[in-house]
Ligand binder design. Structure first.
Ligand code: MG
Length: 378
């Protein structure tokens, strides 16, 4: 997005703000802001379409953009940034996120540190809207971290030296595009391979002809036969694969539990789970869980999910959607708790608005910057 169209979008956001409960419609039909009771949280948001560098192909879909809503929360002259990213399969949209955010009255909260209470309030307004809640949660963490003048990994007591390497995603594509993406992935120490079509083995063989780095495999629910899946897991282990993500449909719990029991590779839940109560449901059927802020309603519950999974002896993976560095860096604050990380969503878009985490020699490197660790650059 060029600067002029960005400013136009920003102007539209003023309309979105004015649709909150703290606003009213003037006689002329123009939204105007009603004065907010002194000292409460001020929520603003605007739609921001993410442009993908490559068409994103999965076993069941393909797209070139991702709808997104950018959020700010302010109090006493300090602003926190947040974001909702809405890949279509999650069922949220710019309209649903805008509608949910407009329905919130966060001005009732004078203390941004009441994160638990604010989540209870948001859940009382509507049960779902997870990405919209994540946007508020991320902005709340950025805001409170800035007030404390510390990054969240420090507030949580996590050692940034323990951040894992992130994988870099190779989508389902033609041989020439797969080769191009493997070349682009040279700085990364793990490659994530999307699977679920007939040519899965060919894709792995192409990658193996170019590099020896470990791979992990995301099937996105694409497999249907447990026998073939087990055979594939054995073959993939020989090919240097570290784990399998969401092999079967999320409803196929018996098949998944059987595969987890027999597979030489850990089986990680992704589409199967969203929030904290789902971690217990995943235990037994899966070896680990893939936590994403857009599913978990943000950092607050993501931390609890990671802690519970570890306590239950499960692997923890941190993932993301296609997002700007805002949400990806927020997720990375948790990454010292993760066995695996797939935090490359910001690298897949062409119009990032933020500077945040860095990937150095394939490893996640957190900035020592208060809050979620990002700086607005456009
Ligand atoms: Mg996945």
């Amino acid at each position: 997005m060029n600067r002029r169209s960005f400013l136009r979008t920003a102007a539209l956001s003023a309309t979105a703000i004015a649709l909150s409960p703290a606003a009213t419609i003037s006689a002329a039909g123009n939204p105007t802001r009603k004065s907010v009771a002194s000292g409460g949280l001020r929520l603003e948001f605007m739609p921001y379409e993410l442009q993908l560098r490559h068409a994103f192909k999965l076993a069941r879909s393909q797209r070139t953009t991702t709808p997104d809503v950018q959020v700010t929360l302010s109090i006493d002259g300090i602003t926190g940034y947040g974001e909702a990213s809405m890949p279509p399969y999650l069922g949220e949209s710019v309209a649903s996120v805008s509608s949910f955010l407009s329905s919130l009255d966060l001005s009732q909260f004078k203390d941004p540190f009441l994160i638990e209470d604010i989540h209870e309030y948001m859940d009382s307004v509507a049960p779902d809207n997870r990405a919209a809640k994540a946007a508020v949660d991320i902005a709340l963490h950025d805001l409170t971290g800035k007030i404390m003048n510390q990054p969240w990994h420090k507030i949580w007591g996590l050692n940034p030296e323990k951040c894992p390497c992130t994988s870099y995603t190779i989508g389902i594509d033609t041989e020439s595009v797969v080769r191009q993406k493997v070349r682009e992935a040279a700085p990364y120490r793990i490659l994530k391979v999307k699977m679920g079509l007939d040519n899965d083995r060919e894709t792995v063989e192409i990658i193996r002809s170019m590099t020896d780095v470990p791979i992990c495999v995301d099937v996105n629910q694409g497999w249907t036969d447990r026998g073939k899946a087990l055979e594939m897991c054995h073959w993939l282990k020989e090919k240097g694969c570290l784990f399998i993500e969401q092999p079967f449909d999320k409803s196929a719990i018996d098949d998944t539990a059987w595969l987890t029991q027999h597979s030489p590779l850990p089986v990680i839940a992704d589409e199967f789970l969203q929030r904290l109560p789902d971690v217990r449901r995943a235990a037994g059927a899966y070896s680990g869980i893939n936590i994403k802020l857009m599913k978990s309603t943000g950092m607050h519950e993501a931390y609890q999910m990671a802690a519970l999974a570890r306590a239950m002896g499960m692997k923890v993976m941190l993932g993301c959607m296609t997002e700007t560095s805002c949400a990806v860096t927020a997720a990375a604050q948790l990454s010292p708790m993760a066995d695996f990380a797939d935090l490359d969503g910001n690298l897949l878009i062409a119009n990032d608005r933020f500077d945040g985490l860095k990937i150095i020699n394939g490893k996640i490197t957190l900035p020592d910057t208060p809050g979620i660790g990002v700086r607005l650059i456009s």
